[in-house]
Design a protein around this ligand. Structure first.
Ligand code: DC
Length: 229
């Protein structure tokens, strides 16, 4: 079986990370959550007052700071996910908080930020055997990835799933607030000038609105097997 790159793109909160992690685990591949990298840069910008109360980003200052931002993803032994380190500090939990979710689209639409992170992502995929999830993996980061999957689900279903996760973590929010955030992020991700979210022509479409994780895995593993042989 040859080692391949599996690019998984799609809308926010449609279970990309859970799905990508499960495939990586099954194949013994490295899982890379690129959204976590954009979130870590956003957290840095927030901590250094580079984002105003209205959400506008100080582009020049953030661009100048990029060489000072070191992001490392380490495999989390328990869940198979990524522990995220920002300049040596474990920020795995903090990058999931609402403040970061509210600002991350504004940071990830900046071309210098994307160039900086895409270069790191390409380096991580050099030796293949990776499952990378994000928004532009099949279109920009690895346009020649052997297998591309584009995931989607209805905004209502995504909001319900995300709301449940947040409540379990003890985060106070409402279903409406979560759905608004998802719709707003969809719009920004799809309409930004640089690397907008779109399905690569040769990506397989997975609408998991009414699919269990087990059903999604069965579907994906068939594709992996036919791609590898
Ligand atoms: O997957 P996520 O929701 O954690 O991603 C956070 C944000 O980062 C999301 O608003 C889109 C952006 N993102 C991106 O622009 N490109 C990627 N490859 C991954 C995420």
């Amino acid at each position: 079986m040859k080692d391949i790159i599996i690019a998984i793109d799609g809308y926010s909160s449609c279970g990309k990370s859970t799905f990508a992690k499960a495939i990586a685990e099954k194949l013994g591949y490295t899982f890379i959550d690129t959204g976590a990298m954009y979130r870590a840069v956003t957290l840095y910008a927030m901590r250094h007052n580079l984002i105003s109360g209205e959400g506008s980003v100080n582009r020049e200052a953030l661009t100048a700071a990029l060489p000072l931002i070191s992001i490392r993803l380490l495999r989390n032994a328990q869940g198979g996910g990524n522990n995220v380190f920002l300049n040596g500090e474990d920020v795995t939990e903090e990058i999931r908080l609402a403040g970061v979710s509210d600002n991350v689209s504004r940071v990830s639409e900046l071309a210098p930020v994307r160039e900086h992170l895409v270069a790191q992502q390409r380096a991580m995929g050099q030796s293949k055997a990776v499952v990378m999830d994000g928004r532009d993996i099949g279109t920009v980061v690895f346009p020649n990835a052997e297998l591309k999957i584009f995931m989607t689900a209805s905004p209502e279903i995504r909001a319900q799933r995300r709301y449940r996760e947040l409540v379990e973590k003890g985060v106070k929010t409402s279903l409406q607030e979560v759905e608004n955030n998802i719709r707003q992020r969809d719009a920004i991700d799809e309409n930004r000038a640089v690397s907008p979210l779109r399905k690569a022509d040769n990506a397989a479409l997975l609408d998991n609105s009414n699919m269990s994780v087990a059903e999604q895995m069965e579907w994906a593993l068939k594709l992996v097997t036919s791609t590898q042989s």
